[in-house]
Design a protein. Structure first.
Ligand code: MGD
Ligand code: MGD
Ligand code: SF4
Ligand code: MO
Length: 669
């Protein structure tokens, strides 16, 4: 029996980017644990990854290329060889290019794997092909925009900084589900006496670790932040010296703030004005207030402006100058690696059409000149995760659309494909990972051989390049070689780390300059409350889009899945308990609903069946569902995104998933 322990990295779209230890016996991964030597993982994993080997060896893994036999969406496929699959793609793409040009081909990918090579290599291929380009905006573009409008390219705060805070606000951050390792830092701060408050739309599982939960009406956090700053300025609690040294536009901003009294904000947010006063004073008087800002609140029509307003808070009280103080909107490590050697924008002969990934439904059903005639999906599941599911599925059902899906599982999207290609899991291919929640970089070698005939993104794009007759040397490298090239391509940041240790597969931390928290990466070198380049140079409150319906629909992440991933694991699906719609007891009473009722949430975009769960965790007027289910596990024939819309955010063209309203009715039993 040959037993070895190998290091790897969690490939999922999660800010924690955990270091893994994989126990391999006779070439089979038998156990996956958190790496004790990883400074952020500290030896623990979340419930999803604790049994990753069950995902890797799941009986539901796709192991051979599959060609559609039955009608679209029927799930009726027959296995074919990789050679045959490549021949089919070559023939169809050549026909489409001949008739419509290469822009009739649309790639669709997001973040099934976060490794820099496997995630980004498709861009090189599609640039070379001259296909339409996908605007990858589904996650947090408005959040990034709002942060940058105030802070420019300022480095993200180190997550461990929170350990030294005495007042932590988890602002729209469901850390228990989405970045559980940050709670280690929250715990350390609490041991030293810190207070922890949550600002949310309902009492998430994270509320359990907080001293207080403030529940706002969805999409109104901007008004809350502005009212907090109103109180701070009104009561002279601002940090005058910090403002003088580091802040641009304070005086003009105080004029704006005059309007946002706690009473007015109370009306907008539904939060008691006295509670707003208390929160503002606690925040301003704390020695080192720390805000951990989630992304959910940015997925509204006013998302970027909301984030801008909240980002001004630490500037007013000088939190950046104190150990333990500041605001985290993420960690930005993009400049550490020369990703351009993977994406190869230089392969693009001329700028091609760009299509916003939030508007896939429209792109497939309405776009002309040229229409989208082929969709190539890799490491994404748009039939489940993209907004306006009915339009997406209508598009996927088009008889004249040639759709290819490269996947590990028979996802909702794969089910509608003409051709499915089996994908490897992260243990079956090499990559290099950076994080958006901490500063470690880590290389992961292949740990086991591919399951069945699965191939990695890199290897499939190499085959496609061959089929399409692209002879650029790029496509003849191996993924291992590309990982090495990334490590060897110098960047100012990479020059400061131990490259040998990185190459050997250990986590290495990117160093931060001393005083980085007060080195502001804006044109003025100051925190720009006033930003002359914005259409609206000063933050104010904007309303969300809303819909003509009575209930806000919050569709929050679940502890037991990650977007639509992990639904292959029956035990995790079971732990979710069912596709519930949480409703406040008063609303349920008014509707005459009882717990467990089968209900339909509906709006002008669609109808989705849920099981009603009555709970006082949410306020009146808000219904909540957690996690994205695969259609096969839904009570009805649609999942949550049949209700969400393709509308975009105020800035950044981001998604507006939570900017959704519905009505609810009971289904006759
Ligand atoms: N277990 C698990 N982990 C995940 C994910 C998952 O689905 N499940 N998703 C991954 C991904 S893709 C990302 S981008 C990251 C971050 O994942 P995100 O989905 O951005 O999660 P959060 O940052 O916690 O933001 C979601 C929270 O915002 C709250 N919220 C919604 N609207 C409002 C509002 O108007 N105001 C306030 N105050 N709160 C609001 C929701 O109730 C929810 O609790 O996590 C990743 N990790
Ligand atoms: N209603 C609602 N919708 C949402 C959200 C929400 O909060 N509410 N969150 C949104 C957010 S923040 C995001 S980021 C998006 C995420 O959307 P996606 O990035 O599409 O995320 P997943 O649903 O995890 O789908 C990833 C797929 O990639 C596959 N995969 C994994 N590794 C590989 C690989 O190496 N190669 C290939 N070819 N496939 C692989 C997995 O099996 C999985 O099916 O969803 C968004 N959708
Ligand atoms: S999903 Fe997140 S918390 Fe869970 S193991 Fe992966 S990186 Fe860590
Ligand atoms: Mo995301």
């Amino acid at each position: 029996m040959a037993q070895v322990n190998k290091r790897s990295v969690c490939p999922y779209d999660c800010p924690d980017t955990c270091g893994l230890l994989v126990e391999v016996i006779d070439g089979k991964a038998v156990k996956v644990q958190g790496d004790m030597e990883h400074p952020y993982t500290r030896g623990t994993l979340c419930p999803k990854m604790a049994n990753y080997e069950k995902t890797v060896y799941s009986p539901h893994r796709l192991t051979r290329p599959l060609l559609r036999k039955g009608p679209k969406g029927s799930g009726d496929f027959e296995p074919i060889s990789w050679d045959a699959a490549m021949d089919i793609i070559k023939k169809r793409w050549r026909e489409i290019i001949g008739q419509y040009g290469p822009e009739a081909i649309l790639p669709y990918s997001y973040a099934g794997t976060m490794g820099v090579v496997q995630r980004n290599c498709g861009e090189a291929f599609f640039n070379r092909l001259g296909a339409s380009r996908l605007k990858r905006t589904i996650c947090s573009k408005a959040k990034d925009w709002g942060w940058s409008a105030v802070m420019g390219s300022t480095l993200g705060i180190h997550p461990d900084e929170a350990q030294n805070s005495d007042f932590i606000i988890l602002w729209g951050n469901n850390a228990m589900a989405v970045n559980i390792h940050f709670l280690h830092n929250v715990g350390k701060a609490k041991e030293k006496g810190a207070q922890v408050w949550l600002i949310e739309t309902y009492e998430t599982p994270t509320a359990r670790v907080c001293d207080k939960a403030v529940l706002v009406r969805p999409g109104t956090d901007g008004a809350l932040a502005l009212a907090m700053m109103h109180v701070i300025v009104r009561d002279g609690l601002e940090n005058k010296q910090f403002i003088k040294d580091y802040v641009l536009g304070y005086e003009e901003f105080t004029e704006v703030l005059k309007d946002y009294t706690p009473e007015k904000a109370g009306e907008i947010t539904g939060v008691n004005p006295e509670l707003i006063e208390e929160l503002a004073r606690l925040y301003a008087k704390a020695r080192a207030p720390f805000i951990s800002l989630g992304s959910g609140l940015s997925r509204y029509g006013n998302g970027a402006m909301t984030v801008r307003a909240i980002t001004c808070l630490p500037a007013l009280v000088g939190a950046w100058a104190v150990p333990g103080g500041g605001l985290s909107a993420g960690v930005f490590t993009g400049s550490a690696l020369e990703t351009a050697i993977i994406t190869r924008n230089d392969f693009l002969k001329k700028p091609t059409r760009e299509i916003n990934m939030n508007q896939l439904g429209d792109a497939l059903t309405e776009l002309d000149d040229p229409p989208v005639m082929s969709l190539y999906v890799y490491h994404s599941n748009p039939a489940a995760v993209a907004p306006d599911q009915n339009m997406v599925i209508k598009g996927l059902l088009r008889e004249d659309l040639f759709s290819v899906v490269h996947e590990r599982f028979m996802t909702d999207t794969a089910r509608y494909a003409d051709l499915i290609l089996p994908a490897t899991t992260s243990l079956e291919h090499p990559d290099l990972y950076r994080s958006y929640g901490h500063y470690c970089l880590q290389k992961a070698d292949k740990v086991i051989e591919p399951v069945g005939e699965a191939k990695s993104n890199w290897d499939v794009f190499a085959l496609l390049a061959q089929a399409m007759g692209f002879h650029d040397p790029y496509f003849s490298h191996t993924a291992d070689e590309m990982v090495t090239k990334l490590i060897e391509s110098p960047t100012p940041w990479l020059a400061q780390v131990d490259l040998a240790r990185l190459a050997a597969g250990y986590p290495v931390e990117l160093p931060l300059p001393e005083n980085y928290k007060t080195q502001f990466g804006t044109p003025s070198g100051k925190i720009e409350i006033f930003n002359k380049d914005e259409e609206e140079p000063l933050p104010r409150y904007l309303e969300p889009h809303g819909d003509d319906a009575p209930f806000w629909l919050v569709n929050s992440p679940s502890i037991y899945s990650l977007n639509s991933s992990f639904n292959e694991r029956e035990e995790l699906v079971k732990q979710k308990g069912g596709m519930y719609l949480l409703m406040n007891p008063d609303d349920a009473l008014a509707k005459g609903f009882v717990d467990g009722d089968p209900v339909v949430a509906f709006n002008k975009r669609g109808e989705v069946k849920f099981i009603l769960k009555i709970t006082s965790r949410g306020p009146k007027g808000v219904v909540v569902t957690e996690g994205i289910f695969w259609l096969k596990d839904c009570p009805g024939d649609r999942s949550v995104n049949a209700l969400t819309s393709q509308r975009l955010t105020d800035r950044g063209e981001g998604s507006t998933f939570y900017d959704t309203k519905v009505d609810v009715k009971r289904i006759k039993k």
